[in-house]
Design a binder for this molecule. Structure first.
Ligand code: NDP
Length: 335
């Protein structure tokens, strides 16, 4: 069983040296467990946060620990009633070829109806994050303006598309002209701004002349300071991710932070952080709704696939340099 593990804590931008590979015995499933062959693994930015040795919503990675992550897998052997060899499941399989997991934590999936990437993307944690964050915290109303950072990414691309369906005017922010084109032309956002070009503030003003009602924040930092400055009264800030800060850049200056707190008070903003697992229990309709949208072509699912086990680490590193457009996945075995 080839397995990627955490070798060294990064200082700033992680490099491939953070990871190492080893071959380990996968073990045999005990009662209630299944042995799975990972077919496709997900790479996600939250992993960068787990590399810090500090308290967070998920425990830090220990040196030597196998890298966790969601995967679409095939059951190879089962000691759990109701789970048969050959069935496909979504599991916490990690960056490895095989995994033994508790069947209770496995979700049966049908690869004939949607490809693996869709089960890790719009129908997986990524889609739940977009859907739950926007509907439960953003609470979009018809005619409102929704701004989404990280708009060409996995979560952001879905947020804007759902927002459009709910009648919002949707503005994306992304890191290149080509990404902005995709966000507009493929995902159907009303506009998209390249934050690497000068004068984001001025351009935001011209595309949001009536201000911003909902900001779905995936990136934090300077981009978010510019967007929050355009909040209307009773705006909603969905604090989903702060990827621009994940590599340990200096936190915002205290004065900017104070200014932000002042905005929250004077414009009566609702700010609520959330973690997708808090909300998934509240969304029983999620899979049916998202599946229906996908089938009807109302949601464009765009993947950024790589092929081969060796591509797992480069795929993860690519998230942090913005190489991906859409959901990053790595196919590591034939389906
Ligand atoms: P993405 O597919 O969006 O990939 C990451 C993207 O982030 C890159 O493509 C890049 O796009 C952008 N990015 C990287 N560095 C910076 C930077 N310094 N400034 C601005 N943008 C940057 O990943 P996901 O969709 O999986 O995740 C998006 C966000 O949502 C992350 O912050 C993640 O942590 C968060 N998240 C939160 C969850 C929760 O439960 N709260 C659950 C899942 C995800 P570009 O070229 O545009 O810069």
């Amino acid at each position: 069983n080839r397995q990627i593990y955490f070798f060294r804590r990064p200082d700033g931008n992680p490099t491939a040296e953070v990871f190492q590979e080893r071959v380990v015995d996968v073990g045999v499933p005990g009662d209630g467990e299944i042995l799975c062959r990972n077919l496709t693994v997900s790479v996600d930015p939250y992993l960068r946060l787990k590399m810090y040795e500090r308290r967070s919503y998920t425990p830090p990675l220990r040196i030597g620990e196998a890298i966790p992550g969601r995967a679409v897998a095939e059951i190879v052997a089962s000691r759990a009633p109701g789970f048969e060899q050959g069935e496909r499941v979504a599991i916490y399989g990690g960056w490895q070829q095989y995994a033994v997991v508790r069947a209770q934590a496995a979700r049966k999936i049908d690869l004939a109806s949607f490809p693996a990437g869709a089960w890790l993307g719009p129908l997986g944690m990524t889609g739940m994050t977009a859907y739950a964050g926007l509907t439960r915290i953003g609470k979009p109303q018809r005619g409102e303006t929704l701004v989404v950072s990280g708009a060409a990414g996995a979560v952001g691309g879905l947020v804007g598309q759902i927002g459009r369906m709910m009648g919002c005017r949707v503005i994306g922010i992304a890191g290149s002209a080509e990404k902005c084109r995709i966000v507009r032309d493929e995902f159907g956002f009303d506009a998209c701004l390249d934050y690497r070009e000068p004068d984001l503030a001025g351009r935001l003003e011209s595309v949001c002349p009536e201000g911003c009602d909902i900001y779905f924040d995936n990136v934090g930092g300077e981009i978010s300071r510019q967007v929050t400055a355009r909040f209307n009264d009773f705006g909603r800030l969905v604090v989903c991710g702060l990827i621009s800060q994940y590599n340990g850049q200096q936190p915002a200056e205290a004065t900017a932070q104070d200014e932000f707190m002042r905005l929250i008070l004077t414009r009566r903003l609702t700010v609520r952080g959330f973690i997708v697992s808090d909300l998934e229990g509240e969304c029983p309709e999620f899979e049916e709704t998202m599946g229906g949208w996908l089938r009807a072509g109302k949601i464009v699912h765009r993947e950024h696939p790589r092929y081969g086990f060796e591509q797992i680490v480069p795929a993860f590193l690519g998230l942090l340099s913005g190489e991906n457009t859409g959901k990053s996945i790595v196919h590591i075995a034939e389906e």
